[in-house]
Structure formats: structure tokens, C-alpha cells
Write a protein that binds this ligand. Structure first.
Ligand SMILES: Nc1ncnc2c1ncn2[C@@H]1O[C@H](COP(=O)(O)OP(=O)(O)OP(=O)(O)O)[C@@H](O)[C@H]1O
Ligand SMILES: [Mg+2]
Length: 234
């Protein structure tokens, strides 16, 4: 019997800006939103609008300039950084470990968690993303699309509660992109994971239940049932 899912990520009035050579770049201001486990979200918008930065904040990998992010885990509130154990992240630039084979890259999150038979489980996931013939290759011996699929297998192998995917189909042909999207969504459905994807693909975005659209420094929420502007105090 499955328990109801209460886990969620809440960003409260978060702003993110960077100072570079005396210039201040405001990516977004006073953004309030929540991500609920078991649901799917897409973040879209022009290059440089702040999508990857928002994803890093949501996953607790970076801190906002102001405001706060909290992880509500069955009514217990904690810092977003505590989510890290439970979140799989697929980076735009993959960040695979160059010295490790595809198999060992995927097995690593399991080994770090003390899971038995890590390599056998990693192999199953590499098969699932269509890379059973590339187990012993190191990242630089793989194509961009292959590295992306290794990164996806590495993010999903420990059945995380939340999956963050930055352009997960950016380097793939139409058929592989569709297969990877199917895997992400079925993972979300089978294990009740929350899925947050940054994407330039309208087709992929439309498969999500909720879409956040960046435009002109604002972020609008567009859900399948109703359309509303997310609270950015503007
Ligand atoms: N650490 C940083 N210091 C200074 N500026 C930064 C930093 N990180 C990001 N930026 C700037 O913030 C802006 C948004 O970056 P971000 O990577 O979030 O964009 P994006 O929407 O993901 O773009 P893309 O679609 O090209 O991946 C960029 O203009 C970038 O130069
Ligand atoms: Mg980006």
C-alpha cells in the first residue's frame, strides 16, 4: 500500500542576482513556488534567462541571494541542502567523472549509499538507456548523446524522490529524445518521483503537468488545468 506523498520543495520569495565587473545581473526577483513529489514540471524560456540557476536553487545545490528554499518532508521542514540525498540531478554539461567508466559512474551513487550489487544495478540502468554496449567506456570515449544518457542513468539509479534534469534531451536525436523522455516520465510515475526539467523543446515541455515560462525577467506558471501567474510580487 502506498503512503500519500507530502514531500515538497518550497521556494519563498527567492531572488537571484550576480555581480560581475560592477554590473549587477538580476535573474529573478521574489519568486515563490513549490514542487510537489509525484508531479512533473518543465521550465522553459530564452537562453540566459536563469533556468539552470533556478534548477540549482530548487535542488539545494546553490543558495539564493535572498529568500529561502525549504524541503518539507512529511511535515518536517528542513534546509534544501538536506534534499541532496534524495535528489537526482542531470547537469547541462553532464559532469561525469572522467576517470571512471560509464558503469562505474552510474554505480557510484549506489556505492556512496552503501547499496549492495551496485554494478549489477548500474548495468540494468545503462541497458535501459540503450548503452549496454558502452559499459567500459570512459566519458571522453563517448559521444555527447551517450554521455547524456550515462548522466541520466546515474541520476535515476538510486530511485530519487526528485529528479532535476537540465536539458535532458539537448544532445539527442528525435528518437533517442523520445526514449529518454519516456524513461524520465515512467520513473516519475513508477516511483512517485517529482520531475523538474529545463528544456527548449516545446514537445517535451508539453508532456509535463506544469510549465514555468521565463519571459522578461518574470516566471509564469502554466498548469494543464488552470493558468496563473506565479507570485513574483510584480
Ligand atoms: N556564477 C555566476 N556569476 C555570474 N553570472 C552568472 C553566474 N551563473 C549564471 N550567471 C549568468 O546568469 C544568466 C543565466 O544563466 P543560466 O545558466 O541560469 O541561464 P539559462 O536560462 O539556463 O540559459 P541556457 O538556456 O543557455 O542554458 C546568464 O547570463 C549567466 O551569465
Ligand atoms: Mg541552462
Amino acid at each position: 500500500m502506498s503512503m500519500p506523498i507530502h514531500n515538497r520543495i518550497e521556494l519563498q520569495n527567492v531572488s537571484q542576482s550576480f555581480t560581475l565587473n560592477d554590473n549587477q545581473v538580476h535573474l529573478f526577483q521574489e519568486l515563490t513556488l513549490s514542487i510537489i513529489q509525484g508531479q512533473s514540471y518543465a521550465i522553459t524560456g530564452p537562453s540566459g534567462s536563469g533556468k539552470s540557476s533556478l534548477l540549482m536553487l530548487m535542488a539545494g545545490l546553490e543558495n539564493p541571494t535572498s529568500g529561502q528554499g525549504i524541503y518539507v518532508n512529511n511535515q518536517k521542514n528542513s534546509a534544501l541542502s538536506e534534499l541532496r540525498e534524495e535528489a537526482g540531478f542531470i547537469f547541462q554539461q553532464f559532469h561525469l567523472l572522467p576517470e571512471l567508466t560509464a558503469l562505474h559512474n552510474v554505480a557510484l551513487p549506489l556505492k556512496l549509499r552503501g547499496v549492495k550489487n551496485a554494478e549489477a544495478k548500474a548495468k540494468v540502468w545503462l541497458q535501459r538507456v540503450g548503452l549496454e554496449h558502452r559499459l567500459q567506456h570512459k566519458p571522453q570515449q563517448l559521444s555527447g548523446g551517450e554521455q547524456q544518457r550515462v548522466a541520466i542513468a546515474r541520476a535515476l539509479v538510486f530511485q530519487p524522490k526528485f529528479i532535476f534534469a537540465d536539458e535532458p534531451t539537448g544532445n539527442l536525436d528525435t528518437k533517442s529524445a523520445q526514449e529518454v523522455a519516456d524513461i524520465l516520465f515512467s520513473c516519475c510515475q513508477e516511483h512517485g518521483a517529482g520531475l523538474v526539467m529545463v528544456t527548449h523543446s516545446q514537445e517535451l515541455a508539453e508532456r509535463a503537468q506544469h510549465i514555468y515560462v521565463f519571459s522578461n525577467g518574470k516566471c509564469h506558471l502554466n498548469t494543464k488545468v488552470n493558468k496563473e501567474v506565479c507570485d513574483d510580487n510584480q
